[in-house]
Design a protein around this ligand. Sequence first.
Ligand code: GLP
Length: 244
Amino acid sequence: NLFATPEHASLYVAKQIAELIREQQKQSKPTVLGLATGNTPKRVYKELIRLHKEESLSFKNVISFNLDEYYPIYPEDEQSYTHFMRENLFDHIDIEPQNIYIPYTDCSLDGIAKYCKDYESKIAKYGGLDFQLLGIGRNGHIGFNEPGSSFDSVTRLVNLHELTREDAASDFGTIDNVPNHAISIGIQTITQAKKIVLLALGERKSEVMRKSLQGKITTQVPASILQTLPQVEYVLDHEAAALS
Ligand code: GLP
C-alpha cells in the first residue's frame, strides 16, 4: 500500500491496530501485539494515544511484546527501548504493566540463553503474535535480525552491524557508546505472526525497500523473506517507494 505522506501511512497503520483491538475486544479475546521502535512507528503510536484519549480505545486487553532491545542497557537509560516505549506509547494509554514485555537486558551473559527461551515461550503461551509492526534497517534488518540471520532464528543475543550502530550513534552521542549487541526476537518468531505490517518511510529507506521487495530472497536482506508470506502488508510513503 502506497501513501502520499508519512502521516497518511501512519494513520492507516494505527487504524488497523485499533480495529483489531476493538474486534478482539468484542469477542473478549486479548490482542497480542508485536511492537517496534525507531523513528518510523512514532507517528503510529501518537495516533493510538489520540484514539485512546479521544475515541475511548482501550488497551486493557492488549498484550505487547517488543521486538528487541540493546544489550547491555538499563531499562532506565534514555536510549533503551523500554524508555522509548514508555515515552512514546505506554505512559499515555491504559495498558496493564504486567502485559508489557520488552527484552530485559540488564543481566549477565550466563542468564541470556534461558531468558531468550522464556521470552519465546511467553509469546507462544499467548498463542503467538496477532499483529507484528515492523520497521526496517538500512541493511534490511527486521527487529535486530541483521544480514546473515537464519530464517528460522528465534529470540537470541545478536551482534549489531556497523551500519546499524552508525544509525544509532546520534541517539547515543557517539558510535562508541552504542552497544555491540542486542536481544532480538527471531525471523521465525516474526514470520509466525498472523498479520505483519512493514512500515517504511522516507527516501533513506528507498534502496533497502527496492532490495526487499524486488531483490532475491536471501538472508543477506532479512526483510526479503517477507515476500513469501501471504499475511504481510507493506505500507510505504512515496519517498520510500521511489525505487520500487
Ligand atoms: C532499529 C530497530 C528496528 C527498526 C530500525 C529502523 O534498528 N531495532 O526495529 O526498524 O531501527 O529505525 P528507524 O525507524 O528509526 O529508521
